[in-house]
Design a protein around this ligand. Structure first.
Ligand code: MEV
Length: 455
C-alpha cells in the first residue's frame, strides 16, 4: 500500500514537473513569455504581471536596450546606485558610484573616505596589467618533436591572428608572448598554449578568446603538415580555448598610512590601542581561513559595488580575487597592516582585470554616468579606484568590529528595511529613526515601538 502511494506521488510530481516545461520559449514574444510564466507559476496571475510591469521603463527604447542585454528578459531587476563622496586618491578627489543592496556598505565607504581624507587620503599604484588565456590540447607523442613544432609554428600563430590583433597592437597592446606548457605529469597527453596579453582599456575577454580560437585553428591545421610528426602525432586534439580569470599579474596596490597617534578619534580608545587591535584582526585573517573569507567578503562589498556600477563583470573579479587570496596554498587575508617607525600602514594588493571601453561600458546609461562621475578613467585608473573602495570597506568593517562591534552600525542602516517591511509611513519613519538614534536597533524593539506608535 505504502509502495503504491509512493509510486502515485512520484508520478504526480513527475507530471507536475512535465507540465512546467516548455519548448521554443526563447522564440515567444516578451508578452507571451510573461503570460506563460504568470499562468504557470502564480496563483494570482494578474498580480504577478503587474509587479513585473511596475519595473519596466516607460521609455520604450531604454527598455528595449535592457531587454536585449540578455535572453528571455521579463522585466528589470533594480539595485540601488549610491555614491560615496570624499575619496582622496593620489591627491585627486572622487565620488565613487556603488551599485549594491546591502544597507551599510555605502555608509561605511563614505565614513572610511572621510576618515582618511583628514589623514592624507589613499595612495595607489598599478603593479602590472598582464592578462592570460590558454589553449588546452591533447598531444600523443614525442614531447621534443612537439617543442620543435611549436617553435616552427609560433610566428604563424602571431601572423594568422593579425586581423584580430591589428587595432589593439596599433594602440600599444596585443599578444605579449605564447608559451608551450607541458602538463603531462598531471594529465596524460595534456599540454597548453599559455598566452599573455596586454588589452589596455578593454577588459579583453572577447579579444583574448578570439585570439585563442584562432591560435587553436592554426595550431591544429599546421600540425597536419609538420613533417617530423607521425600520423598519430599530427592529430592534435583541441579541448578548449578560453581566457583565465586568474590574473595574478594584473595587480594594483592601495594603501593608507598615518602616525599611530592620529588614528584615534574614539575618545575611549587611544591611537596605539586601536592600531594594535586592528593589526591583530588583520593577522587573524592572515592565518585563519574561516575569518579570512568574511574579511575578504568585506573587501568585496566595496569592490563588487563599483565593478557593477562601472559595467564590469563582478563574477570574473570575484573568481580571480579569491584564487589570488589562496595563491600560497591557504586562503588568506587580501589586506595587511603593520606599524613601522610609529606609522600605521594598511594596504592591499589585488588582481583586477577591468575595462573602461567595450562591453556594457558604452551601452548602459547608468554605467556611462558612473564612469563620467569618475572622470572617465582609463582601465588602470579604474583598477586603482576599485582597489581603494575595497580597502576602505575593509577598514570600515575592521574599525567597527574591533571597537563598537558591527551590529550597531549595521542595524542602524537596517532600520529602514525593517520599517519598510512593516509598511511604516513617512511620519512613522521620521519618528522612529529619531528615536533609534540613541537606542540599540533590534527587530523586536522596532516592532514594539511601531506598535506603540500605532496604538
Ligand atoms: C558584512 O557584509 C561584511 C563584514 O562581515 C566584513 C568583516 O567581517 O570584515 C562586516
Amino acid at each position: 500500500m505504502q509502495k503504491l502511494l509512493a509510486g502515485t506521488l512520484y508520478l504526480s510530481s513527475k507530471l507536475q514537473v512535465m507540465s512546467k516545461t516548455i519548448s521554443g520559449f526563447s522564440k515567444l514574444s516578451k508578452s507571451k513569455k510573461i503570460d506563460w510564466i504568470v499562468d504557470t507559476y502564480f496563483s494570482n496571475a494578474e498580480d504577478a504581471k503587474s509587479i513585473l510591469k511596475q519595473y519596466w521603463n516607460t521609455n520604450d527604447k531604454l527598455q528595449q536596450l535592457h531587454d536585449e542585454f540578455i535572453e528571455n528578459t521579463i522585466t528589470n531587476y533594480y539595485l540601488p546606485l549610491g555614491v560615496a563622496p570624499n575619496f582622496l586618491i593620489n591627491d585627486k578627489f572622487y565620488t565613487i558610484p556603488m551599485a549594491i543592496e546591502e544597507s551599510s556598505v555605502v555608509a561605511a565607504a563614505s565614513k572610511a573616505a572621510k576618515f582618511w581624507l583628514d589623514r592624507g587620503g589613499f595612495k595607489t599604484t598599478v603593479i602590472s596589467t598582464t592578462k592570460i588565456g590558454q589553449v588546452h590540447f591533447m598531444y600523443n607523442g614525442d614531447t621534443e618533436k612537439l617543442k620543435r613544432f611549436f617553435q616552427d609554428v609560433k610566428p604563424k600563430l602571431f601572423k594568422e591572428s593579425e586581423a584580430i590583433t591589428k587595432n589593439m597592437t596599433k594602440r600599444g597592446g596585443g599578444i605579449l608572448d605564447i608559451e608551450l606548457r607541458d602538463r603531462t605529469a598531471e594529465i596524460d597527453n595534456y599540454f597548453q598554449l599559455h598566452v599573455s596579453f596586454e588589452t589596455l582599456d578593454a577588459m579583453g575577454a572577447n579579444f583574448i578568446n578570439s585570439c585563442l580560437e584562432q591560435f587553436a585553428k592554426t595550431f591544429k591545421k599546421e600540425a597536419l603538415n609538420f613533417d617530423l610528426f607521425t600520423e598519430t602525432e599530427q592529430q592534435i586534439e583541441i579541448v578548449m580555448s578560453i581566457l583565465s580569470n586568474y590574473v595574478p599579474d594584473c595587480l594594483v596596490r592601495a594603501e593608507v598610512s598615518c602616525p599611530v597617534e592620529q588614528l584615534s578619534d574614539h575618545s575611549e580608545i587611544s591611537g596605539e590601542a586601536f592600531a594594535r587591535k586592528f593589526i591583530q584582526a588583520v593577522n587573524i585573517a592572515e592565518i585563519e581561513p574561516y575569518r579570512a573569507v568574511t574579511h575578504n567578503k568585506g573587501v568585496m562589498n566595496g569592490i563588487d559595488a563599483v565593478v557593477l556600477a562601472t559595467g564590469n563583470d563582478f563574477r570574473a573579479i570575484e573568481a580571480g580575487v579569491h584564487a589570488y587570496a589562496a595563491r600560497n596554498g591557504r586562503y588568506s587575508s587580501l589586506s595587511h597592516a603593520k606599524i613601522e617607525d610609529g606609522i600605521f600602514k594598511f594596504w592591499m594588493e589585488i588582481p583586477l582585470a577591468l575595462g573602461t571601453v567595450g562591453g556594457l561600458t558604452g551601452l548602459h546609461p547608468l554605467v556611462k554616468l558612473s564612469l563620467e562621475m569618475l572622470h572617465k578613467p582609463s582601465a588602470q585608473e579604474l583598477m586603482q579606484i576599485v582597489a581603494v573602495a575595497g580597502l576602505a570597506q575593509n577598514f570600515a568593517a575592521l574599525r567597527s568590529l574591533t571597537t563598537t562591534g558591527i551590529q550597531q552600525g549595521h542595524m542602524k542602516m537596517h532600520l529602514m528595511n525593517i520599517l519598510n517591511q512593516f509598511e511604516a509611513n513617512d511620519k512613522e519613519k521620521l519618528k522612529l529613526t529619531a528615536y533609534f538614534k540613541t537606542k540599540t536597533v533590534t527587530h523586536n524593539a522596532v516592532i514594539e515601538r511601531l506598535k506603540e506608535l500605532r496604538s
